[in-house]
Design a protein. Structure first.
Lengths: 110, 114
């Protein structure tokens, strides 16, 4: 079973910030939070990852709560091309495998 | 350009037939993975390999087999024992670092049963 829970779907207006929540209440101290996204019929694309500090890159920002039990992925200015399923993942021991849940289907509305 | 390639993009299988999906990477990654994705579902791990000549079963290995004779290649065979093979198959690789793992995915192969 996935160690994360996400809402099944969300809508966001084009040009606005998309904030995707994720709960990972059983995360352990050395596990990282990763975000991937999958555009229809393509392979998953890495977005960002973090341990406990907030992170930002050219694609997104990742906000992790102080207790690390939840996080939020922020797409600052959503475009129609950001329509995808977004997966929040907690990396297991040695990163041997990733358990993908069902993710959040993000719809960007024109 | 470095990356992961999968072939073919679409594959058709007849009843009782074994088919092999190709996965090649030129990222010099030690670890490679195979996932299966069914419509509307997340990815499920089939097999993974952390080093050449070694591999482990994932969550849904029954009906599948793999080999890892070269670092760059991790082919997946869907055998006739896999009763519901129609799915989207994704190959991934990672460096194999102990603490931080970022997996990079190929474009996928869609397998259809005739």
């Amino acid at each position: 079973d996935a160690k994360t829970t996400q809402p099944p779907s969300m809508d966001c207006a084009e040009g606005r910030a998309a904030n995707l929540p994720c709960n990972h209440s059983t995360i352990s101290g050395n596990e990282y939070v990763y975000w991937y996204r999958q555009i229809h019929s393509q392979g998953p694309q890495y977005i960002i990852h973090g341990l406990k500090n907030n992170e930002t890159n050219e694609m997104a920002s990742l906000i992790i709560t102080e207790d690390r039990k939840s996080s939020t992925l922020i797409l600052p200015h959503a475009t129609l091309r950001d329509t995808a399923v977004y997966y929040c993942i907690v990396m297991l021991d040695r990163g041997d495998k990733i358990i993908f849940g069902k993710g959040t289907r993000l719809h960007i509305l024109p | 350009d470095g990356g992961i390639t999968q072939s073919p993009k679409y594959l058709f299988r007849k009843e009782g037939q074994n088919v092999t999906l190709s996965c090649e990477q030129n990222l010099n990654h030690d670890a490679m993975y195979w996932y299966r994705q069914d419509p509307g579902q997340g990815l499920r791990l089939i097999y993974y390999s952390q080093i050449v000549n070694d591999f482990q079963k994932g969550d849904i290995a029954e009906g599948y087999s793999v080999s890892r004779e070269k670092k760059e290649s991790f082919p997946l065979t869907v055998t006739s024992a896999q009763k519901n093979p129609t799915a989207f198959y994704l190959c991934a690789s990672s460096r194999g670092d102990y603490l931080v793992e970022t997996q990079y995915f190929g474009p996928g192969t869609r397998l259809l049963v005739l």
